[in-house]
Each structure stands twice: as structure tokens, then as C-alpha cells.
Design a binder for this molecule. Sequence first.
Ligand SMILES: [Fe+2]
Length: 170
Amino acid sequence: MEKKVAEMLNEQINKEFYSAYLYLDIANFYSTKGLDGFAGWFEIQAKEERDHALLFYKYLHNNDECVTLQSISKPEQLFDDDLSAPLKASLEHEKYVTGLINAIYAAALKADDFRTVQFLDWFVKEQGEEEKNSLDLITKMQLFGSDTKGLYMLNSELAGRTYTAPSLVI
Ligand SMILES: [Fe+2]
């Protein structure tokens, strides 16, 4: 594997773990607000991000590449009392991650590394879903979150989310 591509994949392990950490912090925020459904939704989101990190980890090992784990940054977002702020931060974060995936994809294509391109195809699709989910949540919050009954219903809906392992098997 080309050195640059391997380095970017290794770096992505850290980015995915940071995503998990960020979403756990958002779950933490909603938990303190008494919104257990929102908290549970983001706890599952954190698990998915951990799964993503492990996929990059496993992919590098499967291709006989070294993995070097780096320290994970502290989530710095402070949301005060704005219940919508974490949702907007999530969307922005997902757009940022989409950019990272696209950059690795471009580097792999440039290196004629079609195996990595194929591996990343799943992530390209996943990022589309992540951005849509984030945007849908913002829209629902705008529509229903401004009164207590609506917020209660939305919290109940989000509580119904269940964890499923990623469909990508490598
Ligand atoms: Fe991810």
C-alpha cells in the first residue's frame, strides 16, 4: 500500500474514535437534560463510530500495514441550554468526516489502490446516510421540539433506536 494512503487510513482510526467520543459527550449532554431518548440515540451513534474505527484498524491489519494509535482529543463543544446545538454540531461534524473519507478516496484512486477504493465505497455511502440522519433530526427538532409535548414525543421516538453492527464485513 502507498505510504500516504496507509497514513491517512491510520489517521482515520483516530478520527472515528474522536467521533465516538464526541457523540458520547452529546449523549452525556442530553442525559443531564433528562432527555433519555436523545441520549440513547447518541450512545448508539457513538457505538457505530467505534465500529468504524475498528473497520479501519482491521483493514490495515488485513493488508499487512502497521497501526499506530494516537491520543484522542477531548470534545470541546459546550452546548449550554440550547437543545438544538448538539444536532447542528453533529451535522457539521459529519460533513467534516465526509471530507476526510473523500480525501482518502482521492488518494487511493491516485495510487491505483482499487482495493482501498472498494473498501471506502461503503464509507462514502455511510456518510451520505449519516448526513441525512443528522439533517432529519434537525428538521424534526425545528418542527416539533419547540413545545414540551412535541419534545416528549420526539424523545420517545429516538428512544426506539436500536444498535445494529455495520453491514460491511472485511
Ligand atoms: Fe464514522
